[in-house]
Write a protein that binds this ligand. Sequence first.
Ligand SMILES: [Zn+2]
Ligand SMILES: [Zn+2]
Length: 113
Amino acid sequence: MKTYYCWRCKKDMPFLEEDEWQQVSPHLTDAIRGIKEYRQKHGCDIATAHKYARPKAALLFEEITGMPGVQFDVIYHHRLADKGPECKKCGHLFRTPKASYCVNCGQTAEENK
Ligand SMILES: [Zn+2]
Ligand SMILES: [Zn+2]
């Protein structure tokens, strides 16, 4: 686990390294199923189901990162391998593995090698 600024959460957040991601990701699929089932059972909206379905993915994420209460849809975009390299100049992530420059400071992928 490493902490970086997350562009979507707009704050510093833990990102999962690949071995950690492998532990959590199977439960994300379960989480979607769990939320569907919860909704069918209780006839509630999706936000309520998110709150009460308590997927295992979130518990595992808490175990690994020490951060409780993170929704599974947030966990989804906290896979380090999807976020590209760390910028050697400013320490942010490039956002995608194919990004040609750092959105934060303008360092190019070529300069970052
Ligand atoms: Zn995020
Ligand atoms: Zn940068």
